[in-house]
Design a binder for this molecule. Structure first.
Ligand code: C5P
Length: 222
């Protein structure tokens, strides 16, 4: 695998709806990094499973992943709660995780030339996908705050869902993601814990920017 030298690599892990996506996007824009929301890859596989239940199988996914383009992850249909719940089921299957491993690694270590590095967020990024990232963050927020954020997001997309149902499905996903055997969500010792419950999007971005800029200044060429 080709690894570009002197690039900035940011790895973020977080439970659902903690604000990692918003943060990842704003950091990527600021530092000119490619941003990969790895949850969207699992969501895309889940979407195929729901849409083509008869065709769905290992061979089918393999073919889809082989032709996968980063823009495919922008599909609006991937944002529903149903797809999110199914994503946490397909994410338990190690064979599926292995299939998308190189897709993620490639973006992390060999981002397109116009970018100065990469920022990936997910559940196993800090310890499996980019274990040598320059910066590792574990982004979290309390359950109710996360459920409210996701509820508002889904309402904004005109999805008909109650707050109670969103809360229930986030709880279920937390349970799945933290307790599964393969690549569970966890905070590594070398990740910085950021609780965004009481932070605005801007405040969260500025807090992390300060941490990154300080280290870049000390280490110069990062
Ligand atoms: O981040 P998002 O909520 O879109 O992720 C959907 C699901 O995909 C998660 O609940 C998790 O089970 C799975 N996932 C994962 N590993 C990642 C990213 C997401 O297992 N790196």
């Amino acid at each position: 695998m080709i690894k570009r030298k002197n690039i900035l690599k940011i790895a973020i892990d977080s439970p659902a709806a903690a604000g990692a996506g918003t943060l990842g996007k704003s950091l990527s824009k600021h530092y000119n990094l490619i941003y990969v929301d790895t949850g969207k890859i699992y969501r895309l596989i889940a979407y195929y499973k729901l849409k083509y239940p008869k065709k769905f199988g290992f061979k089918f996914i393999k073919k889809k992943i082989k032709n996968l383009k980063i823009n495919d992850l922008d599909k609006k249909q991937l944002l529903s709660d149903e797809v999110g719940t199914e994503a946490s089921n397909v994410a338990k299957v190690n064979k599926i995780r292995k299939l998308i491993h190189s897709f993620q690694i490639n973006f992390a270590y060999n981002p397109p030339k116009k970018f100065k590095g990469s920022c990936l967020d997910g559940r196993d990024i800090t310890y499996k996908i980019v274990p040598d990232a320059d910066f590792k963050f574990f982004i979290t927020a309390n359950l109710k705050t996360r459920a409210m954020r996701r509820y508002k997001e889904l309402k904004g997309l005109k999805k008909s869902i109650s707050f109670k149902d969103v809360l229930k499905s986030i709880k279920k996903r937390d349970k799945n993601d933290y307790n599964r055997k393969v690549s569970p969500l966890k905070k590594t010792k070398d990740s910085l814990l950021i609780n965004t419950s009481k932070l605005s999007k801007r405040a969260c971005f500025l807090k992390i920017k300060k941490i990154i800029d300080k280290k870049i200044k000390i280490n110069g060429n990062l």
